[in-house]
Design a protein around this ligand. Structure first.
Ligand code: DX5
Ligand code: ZN
Length: 218
């Protein structure tokens, strides 16, 4: 299975967002991770449809939109129209995840489902894993960039990869939060293949960071 790098623009410099995105695109980013926060599901508020619509004009990257919002089903059509290619929402925030996945698919987009660090993998029912294109294991408490990786999440990645081998071989398993030079090998060994990185890519020299992590991902 291919490893994919998804730089998270939450840690980009919003004053020069377009050129930061151009840089990661030029350096071979596979996805662009876009964190949408509503101040309710998570304590912070980030950005929404207008920003996505605007950056869509200058980027051909796969827009990996991570919705940290309550009852995401209300906004699937709008994020899809704004330019998302994949939409990931939280199991904890949705009363009917199967239906939300169907709606994302009916928009012609890839559907992902996310679980928080304290949510056990068993909360994801077999049919939800089977119909998802991606499962996102949060490796920090969602809401902010630059936090430390939560070690207990490694075992969750392993458990999910094992279940996916039976239910859906080739399932994309994404990890998000605290991934850097020290933790990247741990998540890859455990079975993750879509790697979100905010501060590790956008902190310092972006091109240099991209080259380093592209090499690690092979
Ligand atoms: C956190 C966001 C992450 C964040 C990761 O709630 O979902 O995508 O940008 O940032 P780092 O890689 O700095 O932990
Ligand atoms: Zn995210």
């Amino acid at each position: 299975m291919k490893n994919l790098l998804s730089p998270s623009i939450l840690s980009a410099d919003f004053n020069i967002l377009g050129s930061d995105i151009e840089c990661v695109e030029r350096e071979g980013a596979d996805y662009l991770h876009i964190d949408v926060m509503d101040g309710s599901f998570v304590p912070s508020i980030s950005f929404g449809m207008p920003v996505i619509k605007s950056i869509r004009k200058n980027s051909a990257l796969f827009f990996d939109v991570h919705l940290m919002i309550v009852e995401p089903v209300r906004y699937i059509k709008e994020f899809s129209k704004a330019g998302a290619d994949g939409i990931t929402f939280h199991l904890e925030a949705d009363s009917d995840p199967g239906r939300t996945i169907d709606i994302i698919h009916s928009e012609g987009k890839k559907a992902g489902i996310a679980i928080n660090p304290e949510t056990p993998v068993k909360e994801l029912k077999d049919d939800i894993i089977e119909k998802s294109d991606m499962v996102l294991i949060m490796t920090v408490h969602p809401g902010f960039g630059g936090q430390s990786y939560i070690e207990e999440c490694t075992e969750k990645i392993r458990i999910l990869r094992q279940r996916a081998e039976k239910l859906k071989p080739g399932l994309n398993i994404e990890v998000d939060g605290g991934i850097n030079i020290e933790t990247i090998h741990t998540v890859l060994d455990a079975g993750a293949n879509v790697i979100v990185m905010g501060s590790a890519v956008f902190g310092g020299d972006i091109a240099e960071n991209m080259r380093y992590y592209k090499k690690v991902l092979g």
